[in-house]
Design a protein around this ligand. Structure first.
Ligand SMILES: C[S@@+](CC[C@H](N)C(=O)[O-])C[C@H]1O[C@@H](n2cnc3c(N)ncnc32)[C@H](O)[C@@H]1O
Length: 273
């Protein structure tokens, strides 16, 4: 049931439900639809994880910065016997979409509303902790300098000998600096990169830029450092994203707002310090 083709079918069904308000030719159908599976990225990450965690075993997995659960649902499909938890800063709109998304995907999970910088969870517990495109948002809400502390929190709650999966589009050297600063010992089992299947035209790109700029501003407003002038902040983000759109259209002929995804799978060692 959890073969690659079965997961692709489930993604297609969930995407059809997720984009049901839009006609197939509406750019919003492509933009929103991308969130389901992230152009193959979610399948890539869970398939790599299944090299280390046996999908047929009972285990406990926590997905941090789960948003509205698009990665959590894929973990549920790949590891059908796992007990799942999702943690996010809040489950207010739009993150409350997670309830219907998990239910449509036929996946059950306990949900925890908390800040990744102060995880209210016990040490040495989970078989796997994942953070899928969460570090980039935590960098907005709690500052880039918080990321070492957040990753240290995530490593703390992983059981000895078990796994931490980090996937993001942060530059690899930022990841490496964060990992170097960790006091808890781990082995790096996997470092890999992935280009999401995403080749948008200018028409789709311009709409996506506006939506993503609005989303980025919302994260800034939820952050420790909310911008004093909302309009000015929005113009600045819009300008940056629009510049990236123009650059990509010029150099590669299409727009992929996500760039290269970087995946790390770490195994926590049994000893500390
Ligand atoms: C883009 S989403 C990540 C994608 C998500 N993992 C998924 O599968 O759809 C990033 C999430 O990080 C959450 N977030 C931002 N700062 C956070 C923090 N300090 N602690 C916990 N969650 C945070 C945001 O609320 C947002 O839902």
């Amino acid at each position: 049931m959890n073969s690659e083709n079965e997961i692709i079918l489930r993604e297609d069904r969930l995407r059809a439900w997720f984009t049901r308000k839009f006609s197939k030719n509406d750019p919003m159908c492509k933009i929103d639809g991308f969130d389901i599976g992230w152009g193959g990225t979610a399948r890539f990450a869970t398939s790599q994880l299944s090299e280390y965690l046996d999908p047929q075993k009972n285990m406990t997995i926590l997905d941090v910065a789960c948003g509205y659960g698009t990665f959590l649902v894929e973990i549920g499909w790949r590891f059908p016997r796992a007990t799942l938890f999702g943690l996010n800063l809040d489950f207010n709109p739009p993150h409350n979409l997670i309830f219907s998304l998990l239910s449509q995907g036929n996946v059950e999970a306990g949900l925890i509303s908390a800040d990744a910088i102060q995880l209210p969870l016990i040490t040495d517990y989970f078989d796997c902790v994942s953070c899928f495109l969460g570090l980039q948002d935590i960098a907005i809400t709690r500052g880039k300098e918080s990321l070492s502390k957040v990753v240290s929190n995530l490593l703390r709650i992983v059981a000895p000998g078990k796994y931490l999966l980090l996937l993001d589009n942060l530059p690899a050297d930022i990841f490496k600096t964060i990992l170097k600063s960790q006091k808890q010992k781990f082995e790096m089992l996997l470092y890999d990169t992935f280009e999401a299947e995403c080749r948008w035209t200018r028409e789709i790109g311009e709409i996506a830029v506006e939506l993503y700029a609005q989303g980025y501003l919302q994260q800034q407003l939820d952050s420790n450092y909310p911008p004093p002038d909302r309009q000015q902040a929005l113009s600045k983000i819009r300008k940056k994203f629009a510049g990236e759109l123009e650059n990509q259209l010029r150099t590669q002929g299409y727009y992929n707002p996500w760039g290269t995804m970087v995946l790390f799978i770490l195994q926590k060692k049994n000893t500390f310090r």
